[in-house]
Design a protein around this ligand. Structure first.
Ligand SMILES: Nc1ncnc2c1ncn2[C@@H]1O[C@H](COP(=O)(O)OP(=O)(O)OP(=O)(O)O)[C@@H](O)[C@H]1O
Ligand SMILES: [Mg+2]
Length: 235
């Protein structure tokens, strides 16, 4: 896609049609998205799926990861059929392993400063922000991070942040949720006899028709996220 087409595109597609349809065609651009869930719920896989879709559409993407080296990230994504190697070599995709624990209490500030320097990027993904939160001295630092990130979005950049729900004080997470344009919640839930992964679309700005929808999904080797029917699924 050339840059003129890209600037006209108002949606970040995951490249997975079934998933997109549950997200009201995708995430709005120039937006802040929060992906929440416990360990193993699928935050990284979902973030990787969306960033891969964005790359397919010609977006320039940067990922700050607390979970992977570049090598392990490329391998992990290849294992779910998301190949980013060419994008990485061409500079369309940048990945930065971050050691938030080493940054200590300055982690949220240092992370934001690094994000701010990603000039010319269309999408920035932070996976996950939890480590930064566990070292932040107070809630103000965390709120500051999200407020500054919102201002970055207003300048035309889309940002996705993943977070472990249980790592954050309920009042604080309520405020963070209210600041986000899109909010996706991942859970492992009992569906009859089986445990299934679910994605709840808590909010997507401009896509009221999908708000509240719950979709079941599986992560399959060599394939990635596959939407599966569950008895409680709506939308
Ligand atoms: N290649 C793969 N094949 C099969 N399952 C996979 C593959 N990659 C990831 N998964 C599974 O997908 C699920 C979601 O993993 P993911 O790493 O996205 O969780 P997460 O929410 O990011 O967890 P954490 O908070 O620990 O980072 C896990 O059950 C994981 O085992
Ligand atoms: Mg993860």
């Amino acid at each position: 896609m050339d840059s003129s087409t890209k600037t006209q595109k108002r949606i970040i597609s995951s490249g997975n049609m079934e998933l997109d349809s549950r997200l009201g065609d995708g995430l709005p651009t120039e937006s802040l998205t929060l992906i929440e869930g416990s360990s193993g719920a699928g935050k990284s896989v979902l973030a990787q799926q969306i960033l891969w879709g964005a790359l397919q559409d010609g977006f320039r993407v940067s990922l700050f990861t607390s979970e992977n080296t570049i090598k392990s990230l490329v391998r992990q994504m290849q294992s779910i059929d998301l190949d980013v190697l060419d994008h990485l070599l061409l500079g369309k995709f940048r990945a930065y392993p971050m050691e938030l624990a080493h940054l200590g209490e300055d982690a949220p500030t240092s992370l934001f400063d690094a994000m701010k320097h990603e000039q010319g990027r269309d999408l920035i993904v932070v996976d996950s922000f939890t480590a930064a939160i566990s070292h932040a001295p107070d809630e103000l630092q965390i709120l500051n991070f999200f407020e500054k990130t919102k201002r970055l979005c207003a300048k035309g950049i889309s940002v996705i942040v993943t977070l472990h729900s249980e790592a954050v004080d309920p009042d604080l997470i309520g405020y963070i949720r209210s600041m986000c344009d899109a909010h996706l919640v991942l859970r492992s839930e009992q569906d009859g006899q089986r445990l299934v992964k679910t994605l709840q679309v808590a909010k997507i700005r401009g896509a009221g028709n999908v708000t509240g929808a719950v979709v079941g999904f599986d992560v399959e080797p060599g394939w990635g996220m596959r939407v599966i029917p569950i008895s409680k699924a709506r939308g």
